[in-house]
Design a protein around this ligand. Structure first.
Ligand code: CA
Length: 274
């Protein structure tokens, strides 16, 4: 069982590495980011935005606008698919239409909230005051009325991600350990002046630990916050990715100074250097 899980985790890691390598060779089309990384210019790890919208034309336009700003997007047209993506892809932000063909968006809100800490922005044509209050009370973070302009959507997305990164990181925007600085808002890890190339998963795993500096974080919490609620028992994933992170960060990965494991308890990001 454990071997099977670890094999699965290794496959996930290989896919991640492939994505990162593809990015740095420009084969995924993000040539701007790839060029910047090759030239040693700092780039951010793009947030993933889940667009839940059954109007296909609108979904396409929204995705284009977000991708143009450098965000990664996932697009689904039903509530059921939205739940699956939230549980398995752990997006950084959910844009949620209320009028969906299978489940009412308002009824979907608590399920998304139960499975993810990501901010949720309602994008809807319905918008009387009561409706907005209900949505915000049910866990939505913002409410954008249709029709909207694309610059307004992009500005609201940027603002909500920035404020969420601040909240998630406490008052701090950055956490430093040794010569490293993890920036929650810019979503990057610097070693001195240089950016450490991390995959999206590696960044999320490290950011989860950095939100609880010097404290033990259980493997289950790391799985939920990094991969999503559906992965809560796949502990092999944490082992494999922690191994990869140590190889990138630690001078001696077999005797980690920063990414400390306490068997049976979890992992800790040691920022006080002891
Ligand atoms: Ca709709």
């Amino acid at each position: 069982m454990r071997i099977a899980l670890e094999a699965q985790a290794v496959r996930a890691l290989m896919r991640d590495w492939f994505l990162l390598c593809s990015l740095s060779t420009g084969t995924l089309g993000s040539s701007r980011e790839a060029r910047a990384l090759r030239q040693g210019i700092q780039v951010t790890i793009a947030p993933v935005i889940l667009v839940v919208e059954d109007d296909r034309r609108l979904a396409h336009v929204v995705e284009m606008a977000l991708q143009n700003e450098g965000y990664h997007t996932i697009d689904v047209s039903t509530g059921q698919c939205a739940i699956t993506e939230v549980r398995t892809r752990n997006p950084d932000l959910v844009l949620l239409d209320l009028g969906l063909p299978d489940i009412d968006g308002l009824a979907l809100l608590p399920t998304i909230r139960a499975n993810s800490a990501a901010p949720i922005m309602i994008v809807s044509g319905r918008g009387d005051a009561m409706q907005r209050v209900r949505a915000l009370d049910s866990g939505a973070d913002d409410y954008l009325m249709k029709p909207f302009s694309l610059p307004e959507l992009v500005a609201r997305v940027r603002a909500i991600l920035r404020s969420h990164a601040r909240v998630a990181g406490g008052d701090a925007i950055t956490v430093s350990f040794g010569d490293y600085t993890l920036d929650f808002v810019a979503r990057r890890l610097l070693h001195g002046e240089h950016q450490v190339p991390l995959s999206i998963t590696e960044f999320k795993l490290l950011a989860t630990l950095a939100r609880h500096p010097d404290r033990m974080v259980s493997a289950d919490t790391l799985l939920k916050e990094t991969w999503g609620a559906a992965y809560q028992h796949k502990r092999g994933y944490v082992r494999v990715y922690m191994h990869a992170l140590r190889r990138k960060l630690e001078s001696d990965p077999s005797r980690p100074q920063f990414l400390v494991n306490e068997p049976g308890l979890g992992y800790r990001l040691n920022i006080s250097g002891g």
